[in-house]
Design a binder for this molecule. Sequence first.
Ligand code: SAH
Length: 363
Amino acid sequence: MTPLEADIRRIIAVDGPMSVAAFMALCLGHPLHGYYTTRDPFGRGGDFTTAPEVSQMFGELIGLWAAALWQAMGTPARLALVELGPGRGTLMADALRAARAVPAFRPALRVHLVETSPALQRFQQERLAGLDLPIAWCRDVAELPDRPLIVIANEFFDALPVHQAVKAAGGWHERMIGLGRDGALAFALHPDPIPGFEAIAPGGLAGAPAGSLYEWRSGEVVADLARRVARNGGAALAIDYGHVDSAVGETLQAVRRHAFADPLATPGEVDLTAHVDFAALARTAARAGARVHGPIPQGEFLRRLGIEARAAALKAAATPALAADIDAALARLAGAGRDAMGELFKAVAVADPKLGAVAGFDS
Ligand code: SAH
């Protein structure tokens, strides 16, 4: 049994079953035994690989996107450049290097990294140490300063806890994690239907058959960002895998060493994620006063930002072996199909409504 499972069993023994969201929050963020608290999960030797770890092109294009957005905002003298869940700090390092193409951009910047994992904060500190730029860390978007901002979130929202509900005869019941007869962690339904479920789920779920499962997240982070961009100017860019319409179906998954695992078997030692419901994200952002651009497929977004030209420029200066790597990275980031990210991942921007077009979405 993992140390975290022992803790979770004790909590359940005292307080009763916990929601899937509470379980996921503990598995990822427990202060001692959480998955992100204790390790660097990225790369070939880790559990999964993210887009900025595939190629420098990803972060570079996002850096140029941010610089263009700053210009579209009217070049505010003080801008918070924020990244949520920066992982190893690779995306931010690549973005800031590329953004040197707009010389006036950097002096306006203060970089804010929102990161709960102390292990990854250390990684980010090392990765970004050489930059001649003020960088501040915080654990929550609520701590960000009140000023114009550009926010980047790659594979962040999929790591936020999801709730699950299952439709039974009398309504939708929250799916909980309790202790089975053998004392092991097991799924169970809350005995009472969720009051006011209609406010959580869109009307289309009314016809869902018994046994259907629906997942949702708290919209707190999205609503906070939407209010900030509407008030102070700017936009938040989220890139993640997920679905464009809210729909029933389970997407909660555990991943270890690039393969699927049992989400209940080894808490704290596997990554837990669930698809992002982009329709729910857009509803929350619009309600909080922002304008939503997209979602569009990641491949389309990157092509509009010029990934093909960037790949060609890198290849022109590369050895044949490196050129083949660049082609492979381009196919992985922007290509179609199950092994590529271009269609599975989507990009969405939550922007100040006073801002006109947002590069990559409306151009
Ligand atoms: N953006 C990076 C890492 C994605 S993994 C990349 O693309 O490579 C998810 C990141 O979000 C990790 O850095 C993790 O520690 C962080 N994270 C997870 N939950 C968080 C939360 N609730 N608040 C802040 N950061 C969180």
